[in-house]
Design a protein around this ligand. Structure first.
Ligand SMILES: *Cc1c(COP(=O)(O)O)cnc(C)c1O
Length: 410
């Protein structure tokens, strides 16, 4: 059911400007289109009750099967998974320490990160009580061949206070995960990998576990196209157990507390933990079921056909925009780690009579708003990502951009 750009959306009905998403799966404009079968499953999930720990135990089994990890868990997003992963690395299965978080006075609480891996999302680690320790430099652009961080610099940062190593998986990040994991494991420290947006390809579901991640997080609301407020954590069974203990609702009578044994070894604990640091990051039965159904569909999807259709959309948009005065377009190369090809448009402000910044700002003020990629406005470049565009929307975006430039040239 393809809606056209002109169709009335629920947002129009609410009097809130709708958005045409030409920038890919970005949370602030709604992530992705949820799969219809996931939505339908969510409606059914809302009709009756289930013990959340039982549902998480089944999710764990399924996530383990698709990732090759020992266990898995559904969180309220990849960032929530980072927070819970840090909490697990710091507290383990010590229920007193779980209760004290984010206080970490007497326990190792440092998470080492290569400096070039730092992002706004690592606030999630600190929210659990961790202190981030940067390793390496930013020395990558001097043209000398030096890299941002050398493996020995990561090793040198490890102390008695280290709880984990944080690693952000991106095509540009280094050293390779395998190298970092080998160092971490020599010192008996877990590696927590942020791979939130590194799907597809579906092979990446298992890739980072194979390369040594002790925990890896993925967003459920990006290419998986599950509910926006979901994420996946996969990894070591003991860490996932700690995640579960610090996330699940724990208002339970000790005498009848009987969590699913595959997820939580209740007998080995001192008692029932208190509500944990993850309790505010609740996941409902509806979201959890929606994610599981979306994950199944994502795995069954014809990846090659999807990649071809993105390539075709990208080629078409690039060809049309290259006709615009002052525009130069190219399409980013395919790589085994990048999610979708993007159209990179360089704007010559003299010839086009407007700058990329003006154009991008104006597009966002239209009705519906049009969002294109704006990471490189300082170079007079904007980008278009085909992932979240229908054919009609792609045509609308091209028409509006061409129109805007030709109006300026009159
Ligand atoms: C999107 C993203 C996140 C956050 O994922 P959510 O599922 O929205 O919480 C974290 N890290 C990176 C690198 C991302 O791209």
């Amino acid at each position: 059911m393809d809606r056209t750009a002109e169709d009335e959306s629920i947002y129009d009905e609410l009097g809130v400007p709708a958005v045409i998403n030409a920038t890919g799966t970005k949370t602030r404009i709604g992530g992705s289109r949820i799969r219809p079968e996931a939505l339908e499953a969510m409606a059914r999930a809302g009709e009756s009750f289930v013990r959340l720990s039982d549902l998480q135990a089944e999710a764990s089994r399924r996530i383990a099967a698709v990732t090759g990890a020992e266990a898995g868990y559904v969180t309220s997003g990849a960032a929530a998974g980072l927070l819970l992963g840090a909490a697990a690395a710091i507290a383990g299965t010590d229920i007193q320490q779980m209760d004290r978080l984010p206080e970490t006075d007497d326990v190792p609480d440092e998470i080492i990160m290569p400096r070039t891996h730092r992002t706004g999302y690592d606030h999630a680690f600190r929210a659990a009580g961790a202190t981030i320790v940067d390793a390496g430099t930013n020395d990558r652009e001097l043209g000398t061949g030096s890299t941002g961080v050398e493996p020995w610099e990561i090793e040198a940062a490890i102390t008695e206070q280290t709880a984990a190593i944080g690693y952000v998986q991106k095509p540009y990040t280094e050293p390779p995960l395998e190298t970092v994991a080998a160092i971490a494991h020599e010192h008996d420290i877990p590696v927590i990998v942020d791979a939130a947006a590194e799907l597809p390809p579906t092979e990446n579901l298992s890739r980072f576990i194979e390369e040594g991640a002790d925990l890896v997080v993925f967003s459920g609301g990006k290419a998986i196209r599950g509910p926006q407020t979901t994420g996946i954590v996969a990894g070591r069974g003991d860490l996932i157990e700690s995640v579960a203990l610090q996330h699940l609702d724990m208002h339970a009578a000790d005498s009848v507390w009987n969590p699913p044994a595959s997820l939580i070894d209740g007998d080995s604990l001192e008692g029932v933990p208190r509500q944990g640091i993850g309790r505010p990051l609740k996941v409902g039965k509806e979201e959890l079921v929606g994610l599981l159904v979306a994950l199944e569909s994502f795995r069954e999807e014809d990846q090659a056909a999807l990649a071809t259709s993105w390539q075709q959309t990208a080629a078409q948009i690039a060809a049309e925009l290259s006709e615009v005065a002052g525009f130069e377009t190219r399409i980013t190369a395919e790589s085994d780690v990048s999610v979708a090809p993007e159209i990179v448009v360089h704007v010559d402000p003299g010839e086009a009579s407007l700058s990329a910044t003006t154009l991008v700002g104006d597009l966002r003020r239209e009705t519906p708003r049009i969002f294109v990629g704006a990471d490189r406005l300082d170079e007079d470049v904007f980008t278009i990502n085909p992932m979240c565009l229908t054919e009609d929307e792609a045509a609308h975006v091209v028409a509006r951009i061409s129109n805007r430039v030709s109006t300026c040239n009159q």
